[in-house]
Ligand binder design. Structure first.
Ligand code: SF4
Length: 171
């Protein structure tokens, strides 16, 4: 990793394994506390990079001009977006605390360090995109807290393989 980072100098690491906290207001007035633990935050060319180290295989779903209309809808439904969801969640937390910063998000795949940081967004995240993500996050958490909506088991058994809730859901 250091060899790879050396190629990309100069940049400045500003925090490692840093916990960030935030808050969201739900429709029913409930305040939800949010927390994220970010592996690394650095600054390169005046852009703040939120970086997550990943030990497993990484798939990146990028926001592009073509998928703008449905990207965040898909993100809430499709597990293939989990890295992107996590990245935007961290960026959202960071931006709330650092409103002046321009942020991009990247994954550092530990199995393929030589490939370097895989960016989830090529340009820094715009205000419009933060708002779009936040609206979807609020929608998701509202749904989780809605007592009229039941939790149901997934039909996709692959998702259950490493699920920490297997015991309580009796799958
Ligand atoms: S074990 Fe249960 S909670 Fe976990 S993914 Fe499967 S259905 Fe969902």
């Amino acid at each position: 990793m250091l060899e790879n980072d050396k190629v990309n100098l100069p940049f400045k690491i500003i925090d490692l394994e840093c916990s960030l906290y935030g808050e969201l207001n739900l429709n029913n007035g409930t305040k939800i506390k949010l927390k994220g633990k970010i592996d690394r935050i650095d600054v390169k060319d005046n852009i703040t990079r939120i970086i997550d180290y990943k030990t497993g295989t990484v798939k990146i779903k990028k926001l592009t001009e073509k998928n703008t209309d449905f990207y965040f809808d898909d993100m809430l439904e499709n597990p293939d977006y989990k890295e992107s969801f996590q990245g935007y969640f961290y960026a959202h937390l960071y931006k709330k605390l650092n409103p002046e910063s321009n942020v991009i998000v990247g994954i550092y795949p530990m199995k393929k360090f030589k490939e370097g940081i895989m960016l989830i967004n090529d340009e820094f995240i715009t205000e419009e995109t933060y708002t779009e993500f936040e609206n979807h996050l609020i929608e998701l958490i509202n749904e989780i807290y809605d007592p009229s909506k039941k939790f149901t088991q997934t039909d996709d058994l692959k998702r259950c393989e490493y699920c920490p809730y297997k015991d309580i859901c009796k799958r």
